[in-house]
Design a protein around this ligand. Structure first.
Ligand code: SAM
Length: 284
C-alpha cells in the first residue's frame, strides 16, 4: 500500500509527498505534531497538517532567514528568535562566533522535544551555551522589552492558530521597542502566489511599513512551500539590506552555505512586478 502525506495548499490545490512511514504523532496543548519519513525529502515535520520543515530543503529557508541580516550588520551580538522550535534558525546563527546571546521563544515545548528526538539535522545546536530557550508566547515575551536585541527573527507558523498574534501591528510595535538602535527584524512573510497567502503577505507588509522606517521584502525558492515561491521581510530602524551588505566582510568569514551567497543577497531583493503591486496595495 502506498502512503502519501498531503497538504491542502489551497481549497483546490493539494501537494503530496510519498511517505515510507510515520515516525511520530503527538497532540500537544497547541497543535498536532507529526514527523514522517519520505523517499524524496527525507524527514518531514508537519504542524496541524501543514508542512514546516523537510530535511532536503530546510537549508534554503534557514540560511535566508539568518545570513541576510547577519551580512547586512556583522556587529549583531544579541538575537531574539521567535518560534523556530525545529532549531534550524539557531543552527545557522551559532555559526557566528560574534553572536553572544540567542534567546529563543517557542510556545510549544513538545515541538522542540520531538525535533530533538527525530530531527537532529535542525535541532542539534539548540544545546549551544549561548542559546536560552523560553517556552512562552512570543507575543507576550516581547511586551515591555526595550533596547534589548540587535536582531529579531520571527520564524513562526502561519497567521492562524498559535502564530496568529505574531502577525499583528501591536506585536510588530513591541518588537520595534525591543530592538536596539541599529535593530533589524526578519520575518517569514508567506507566499505571494495563491490568493489567500498573497492577501496575508500584503497585510504583513502594510503593518510592517507603519512601524519600521525601512521595510523591504526578499524572496527564495523553497520547493515544498506553497507554490515554491516564498518571501521574507527585512525591516529595520535604518539599516538597508542591500546598501549595507558587507560583501567582503561576510565572505572573509568563510561560512560554507548551500543556498545563500552575497550575489544572491543582492538579487533576492529584486521582486517580480506582480509581487511589487501586491506589496504596494495600501488597502490590503
Ligand atoms: N519554517 C516554518 C514554516 O514557516 O513553515 C516554521 C517552523 S517553526 C516549527 C514554527 C514554530 O512557531 C512552531 O514550532 C510553533 O510552535 C511556533 N509558534 C507558533 N506561535 C507561536 C507564538 N505565539 N510564540 C512562540 N512560538 C510560536
Amino acid at each position: 500500500m502506498d502512503l502519501w502525506y498531503s497538504e491542502m495548499q489551497t481549497e483546490n490545490v493539494r501537494f503530496s509527498i510519498k511517505v515510507e512511514k510515520q515516525l511520530v504523532s503527538v497532540k500537544s496543548e497547541f497543535q498536532q505534531i507529526d514527523i514522517f519519513n519520505s523517499y524524496e525529502f527525507g524527514k518531514i515535520l508537519a504542524l496541524d497538517g501543514y508542512l514546516m520543515v523537510t530535511e532536503k530543503d530546510e537549508f534554503i529557508y534557514h540560511e535566508m532567514m539568518t545570513h541576510v541580516p547577519m551580512a547586512a550588520n556583522p556587529k549583531i551580538e544579541t538575537v531574539l528568535v521567535i518560534g523556530a522550535g525545529d532549531g534550524g534558525t539557531v543552527r545557522e546563527l551559532v555559526r557566528y562566533c560574534t553572536i553572544k546571546q540567542i534567546d529563543m521563544v517557542e510556545i510549544d515545548k513538545a515541538v522542540v522535544d520531538v525535533c530533538k528526538a527525530y530531527l537532529p539535522q535542525t535541532s542539534s545546536k539548540l544545546t549551544d551555551k549561548r542559546v536560552n530557550i523560553y517556552y512562552e508566547d512570543g507575543m507576550k515575551f516581547v511586551r515591555g522589552q526595550k533596547d534589548m536585541y540587535d536582531l529579531i527573527i520571527i520564524d513562526s507558523t502561519d497567521p492562524f492558530g498559535p502564530g496568529e498574534g505574531l502577525f499583528t501591528k501591536e506585536f510588530y510595535g513591541n518588537c520595534f521597542k525591543a530592538l536596539k538602535e541599529n535593530g533589524i527584524l526578519v520575518n517569514q512573510h508567506e507566499s505571494p502566489y495563491y490568493n489567500q497567502d498573497a492577501q496575508a503577505m500584503a497585510k504583513i507588509h502594510q503593518r510592517m511599513k507603519k512601524v519600521f522606517p525601512v521595510s523591504e521584502v526578499y524572496q527564495a525558492h523553497i520547493p515544498t512551500y506553497p507554490s515554491g515561491h516564498w518571501l521574507f521581510g527585512f525591516s529595520s530602524k535604518g539599516i538597508k539590506p542591500v546598501e549595507a551588505l558587507d560583501e567582503q566582510g561576510w565572505n572573509n568569514l568563510s561560512i560554507s552555505t548551500k543556498y545563500y551567497n552575497t550575489d544572491l543577497h543582492k538579487g533576492a531583493f529584486a521582486l517580480p512586478n506582480y509581487v511589487k503591486e501586491l506589496l504596494n496595495d495600501e488597502n490590503a
